[in-house]
Design a protein around this ligand. Sequence first.
Ligand code: ADP
Ligand code: ASP
Ligand code: MG
Length: 420
Amino acid sequence: MVEVYKFGGSSLKNAEGIRNLRQIVADVDQCLVLVVSALGKTTNALEEVVQASFEPTNTWRQKLDSIQEFHEIIASDLLPEPDVFLDTILRPSFDALARKLEDPPAGSFDFVYDQVVSMGEIWSTLLIHHYLVATGLDFRFIDIREYLITDSNYREGRVAWDQSGFLIRKGFACTGKEKYITQGFIAGAENGYATTLGREGSDYTAAILAYILNAQQVTIWKDVPGVMNADPEDYPHPKKLVEIPYQEAIELAFFGAKVIHPKTIKPLYNKKIPLWVKSYKDASGEGTLIHEMEQAPKLIPVFVRKRNQVLISILPRDLSFVIDEGLGRIFNQIDTHKVKVNLIQNSAVSISLCVDRFDERVERLISELSMDFKVLHNTNVELITIRHYTDESIREMISGKTILIEQKTRSTVNYVIKTG
Ligand code: ADP
Ligand code: ASP
Ligand code: MG
């Protein structure tokens, strides 16, 4: 029997969080695969290092120093004898990265991104592994870059399932009560370089490992009591959903409920592996169970808000019908530039896309499309979704807001609204 646990950055932002993780894993009495993210907001900070390393100044060094200091403070607070770990493991690893960054970037932005950003998960697992072993728990460290293999689609690696399955079943042998710790979010390409699975992808790693190892269940430990009917950061008194079917979880994750990464559900659904979302602050709490349900439960309205969206409107220059003339070309460009589309709406002569944050991919897409079409874009928008909406929930959500797009099905309503 295999159990998979995943701890994210929010549960690992200080030494206390890691002590708490230890308490939770110490209770497990069967084979355990522990998947861990980078500590706190390390991934964001490493993204800034990558960005800076492509600029002519040396500001990446100062940014990397602060990340190192953050890790050293936690290690010193946590480990009984931190010096050995710091001198022989952590500092040499930071030094090696700094030496690489001193040279001009060797490769595309996405390639360099994965080589640098993946180190966040390596440092966190090295530190947590060291601590678990130093405090008497027999965990084995697995560098997932050698087991979970993806193609070279940097920043959104696509899993090579057969190859990974073979390696993972060998690496994570579960015949009794073995304990393994490994990294979420990162993987390796066949050429030996690191890849990543997309931001917030550690939940997905937990699901991939559970699928391959035929785990009994997966638990993702979060800073919330479970999946709520709204993000507690936005709404003061959300209600917890006790159990939901896989289909519901996919919809919520797709529209932006960041409590679960959208890719997590499919591998679990394919083998009907239950997923628990529980609070690391209250490990004995019931959490939310996501599983196969014969009858979908009657759910209360669930609110999802996806911030930092971009609304792109594409119009043929000569008022020809966009569906006839350009749809194929438009979708081709979206695919080429790997832009994530959250909502599409068309009229006779225009097509509107609501996509994730304005980054270099969106910029490239817009400039490419502008060669053939008139393209307008608005960055001050967000996407609001209500599942199982009622008239009252709609009123509550959108009153006083400027709606740019509305889309309604029987179970879901989406609004693209103006924020500025
Ligand atoms: P981790 O670092 O552990 O992966 P995340 O920060 O990615 O954790 O996800 C947990 C966060 O998801 C919560 O702090 C909460 O603000 C947010 N969230 C968004 N929508 C929901 C929801 N419907 N239910 C619970 N949490 C939600
Ligand atoms: N550390 C990665 C990120 O912040 C992966 C994760 O947390 O799931 O995106
Ligand atoms: Mg997350």
